[in-house]
Design a protein around this ligand. Structure first.
Ligand SMILES: Cc1cc2nc3c(=O)[nH]c(=O)nc-3n(C[C@H](O)[C@H](O)[C@H](O)COP(=O)(O)OP(=O)(O)OC[C@H]3O[C@@H](n4cnc5c(N)ncnc54)[C@H](O)[C@@H]3O)c2cc1C
Length: 299
């Protein structure tokens, strides 16, 4: 059985920024096959680790682990399942933690999860957890060698009372044993830089990995920005509007924007890049994104 290296160790020992890709479980078998093809090409770029999102409910949970298994069969790159508090009691979470640990996973993206569709407020499951910090505590208590990543919000989580309380929550997650933060997507690097500055001033020393989404179209980006409450820079909006209905031109705008973001983030000392890669290898393989990614890993 394979035991993954802890990402905390990778951060400590790597002499360069880290690169990670995020996958999501496809809806059906055909999607899984397509994902496998794209994943092969993405893994050939030698990311330092990859992550797989976690949906609500039992069936999607199985899909997360199915994709994790598939990715592990393709390479030795550490695979980090996401885990949320949604729909699981403490006993369920203990059981899932044991199962993940027994399979040799050592890294978990540790989240509260969003309220199920149609609900505006998060409701913990019976005897479940209300906040991600409690899940970090549960996982670290159960298996101290788990490396927990936690979510960080440069533009403040939509439900937070204030930027200060949201930052205090990030600090609480790190203090509870979180090893690093991965940010919600953003398109304006200035927001990331000022967030990191505030985090450092608040005593958070853990790496804060910027999460980037290469835009595919104006519609998609507008939807994502509304959902995540992320700012859409006027310049990016205009470029995507100019590309109009031309899907290829829009995608190229998104790829070039992401590449410029990455260059600047790395120049200013970001500890790596997490790409919301949307299960598509074509995005990462297109210049100039391909070139900046190769600049990180040397592949
Ligand atoms: C990198 C990344 C990966 C993600 N992957 C997934 C995924 O795989 N599956 C999925 O369903 N979702 C995922 N999400 C979305 C995430 O689940 C949502 O953003 C969710 O709404 C909050 O999760 P959290 O872990 O940040 O929660 P928490 O850190 O618990 O915070 C939730 C909210 O509660 C507030 N809060 C915290 N503690 C308290 C307190 N004691 N009193 C009052 N308010 C408090 C916080 O400020 C915040 O507003 C991901 C997000 C990111 C950034």
């Amino acid at each position: 059985m394979k035991t993954d290296v802890s990402i905390q160790t990778l951060f400590a020992e790597a002499q360069r920024p880290l690169l990670s890709f995020e996958f999501f479980p496809p809806k059906d078998e055909a999607g899984l096959e397509t994902l496998q093809t794209h994943a092969r090409e993405l893994l050939a770029l030698a990311p330092d680790f990859v992550t797989v999102t976690y949906g609500a409910g039992g069936s999607t949970r199985q899909k997360t682990f199915e994709v994790c298994r598939m990715l592990r069969n393709l390479s030795d790159i550490p695979v980090m399942p996401h885990l949320t508090c949604v729909g699981s009691s403490r006993a369920d979470l203990d059981e899932i933690a044991d199962e993940i640990h027994a399979l040799g996973y050592r890294n978990i993206m540790t989240l509260r999860g969003d309220p199920p569709k149609g609900n505006t407020e998060f409701q913990p499951a019976p005897d479940g957890l209300s906040f991600a910090v409690e899940l970090v505590q549960l996982l670290k208590r159960r298996h101290p060698d788990f490396c927990c990543g936690v979510a960080a919000y440069p533009e403040v989580h939509p439900e937070a009372d204030s930027p200060e309380s949201d930052l205090a929550n990030l600090k609480a997650k790190i203090d509870a044993g979180g090893a690093f933060g991965t940010t919600q997507l953003f398109f304006d690097n200035a927001l990331y830089f000022s967030f990191v500055e505030r985090a450092r001033a608040a005593g958070i020393t853990a790496p804060i990995l910027p999460g980037l989404l290469p835009a595919l179209s104006l519609k998609q980006v507008q939807r994502m920005c509304t959902m995540c409450r992320a700012a859409l820079p006027t310049e990016l909006e205009q470029q995507l509007a100019d590309a109009g209905e031309d899907a290829e031109a829009s995608q190229q705008v998104g790829i070039e924007w992401a590449a410029r973001q990455i260059e600047e983030l790395l120049q200013q000392g970001a500890p790596g890049i997490h790409l919301y890669i949307l299960n598509r290898s074509g995005i990462a393989l297109s210049p100039p994104l391909r070139t900046v990614l190769a600049g990180i890993t040397g592949h």
